[in-house]
Design a protein around this ligand. Structure first.
Ligand SMILES: *Cc1c(COP(=O)(O)O)cnc(C)c1O
Length: 360
């Protein structure tokens, strides 16, 4: 069967090579006579899988030794609570509100203490990042929270230095982690759900600087304490073993592609191709200021919304799927994660041109 070009925002496309490897290993992993899904998480086989996954992730992101890598559950949404529960320590925290996801994080954190909005772009429809001087930081904040790629609004932080954080920076990187190199040392904590650019749903990555551990709020469930997870090597309870295995295969695939610098090069090319096509067209429009545009999630609208249905139906016939925009913003969205090939984006752009010619 032909595979489609999948532009879904998440769960999203995975590299075909990784799916084929998982298929080949499904019934009998490395000659041990069973599937990874059937193994004890404490046996030597799975211990090898999780240790290799962590080592490969550390290598890809060049994670410094004073950071812990945690393989958790509950999605990025649980991190909206788990971050303040672990890091507030009775203080306040600052939040940058740049789109739907950071707004959710900000609202959830309010349940656990005094948190401030250090700046918001809601008044212009979340179509940009901040200009210098627009951010009003509290130097005594426990941390500054930012969503470095807003999956729904298509806004990406390309340089975290522009945030001028003097307190630990906490970043929701769910939808662009591993799409480009990141200087982990600039962050106190990085988190992300796996199902956008890493692997299947059910796994959440947390990368946290060691000195931020050990300040959990009293009375919270043990499962919410980062330090306990770190002390137990992400094996406080049964971790999502198959999702960790799949993520590990993706890490190895990324290394074979040439690592994150090479992924970034291709991702820039893919995004440029699509944005150039949108900007050159009279039918399609992307609302985000060019300097703030996301390489991963490209929302766009049709000047004649009555054509939305026909656009999606004809795209589907061409094998282009997952293009319907998020219900809160409407229109279309193409997500260009690592597993979406340059070839796939070319097919999309050619289709968009043809559709415009036919309906222009
Ligand atoms: C998808 C997404 C989330 C929510 O992730 P879940 O794993 O479904 O909880 C949070 N933040 C960002 C930036 C996302 O893209």
């Amino acid at each position: 069967m032909e595979r489609i070009c999948n532009f879904s925002a998440g769960p999203a496309a995975l590299p075909q090579e990784v799916l084929e490897q998982a298929r080949d290993e499904l019934l009998n992993w490395h000659g041990c006579g069973m599937s990874v899904m059937e193994m004890s998480h404490r046996g030597k086989e799975f211990t090898g899988v999780i240790e290799q996954a962590e080592a490969d992730l550390r290598e890809l992101l060049a994670i410094p030794a004073n950071y812990k890598v945690l393989f958790l559950q509950g999605g990025a949404t649980l991190q909206f609570a788990q971050v303040p529960i672990n890091l507030l320590g009775g203080r306040s925290a600052d939040y940058l509100v740049t789109g739907a996801w950071s707004q959710k994080a900000y609202k959830e954190a309010q349940r656990f203490g005094a948190v401030r909005c250090a700046s918001s772009t809601e008044d212009t429809g979340f179509n940009r990042l901040f200009a210098p001087g627009e951010i009003n930081l509290d130097p005594g904040a426990a941390y500054l929270h930012v969503c470095t790629n807003e999956t729904i609004h298509g806004v990406e932080v390309h340089d975290c230095a522009t945030l001028q954080a003097s307190v630990p920076l906490v970043a929701d990187m769910s939808s662009h982690i591993l799409s480009r190199p990141v200087d982990v040392a600039k962050y106190g904590l990085i988190y992300g759900g796996a199902q956008k650019n890493v692997g299947p749903a059910g796994l959440t990555l947390v990368i946290v600087r060691e000195d931020l551990l050990g300040h959990v709020m009293q009375g919270m469930p043990t499962m919410l304490d980062y330090r306990v997870h770190a002390e137990n090597g992400s094996m406080l309870n049964t971790p999502p073993t198959f999702a960790i295995y799949m993520a590990g295969l993706v890490f190895q695939w990324l290394k074979r592609q040439g690592g994150l610098a090479e992924m970034e090069r291709v991702n820039i090319e893919k995004a440029k191709l699509l944005y150039d096509a949108i900007d050159a067209s009279a039918l399609y429009r992307n609302p985000v200021e060019p300097a703030s545009r996301s390489r991963m999630n490209v929302p766009f609208t049709l000047a004649r919304p009555e054509l939305d249905g026909a656009f999606l139906a004809e795209a589907k016939v061409r094998g282009l799927a997952g293009l319907k925009g998020h219900k809160s913003v409407g229109g279309m969205r193409a997500s260009l994660y690592n597993a979406v090939s340059l070839e796939g984006v070319k097919i999309l752009v050619n289709f968009m041109r043809e559709f415009e010619q036919k309906n222009g």
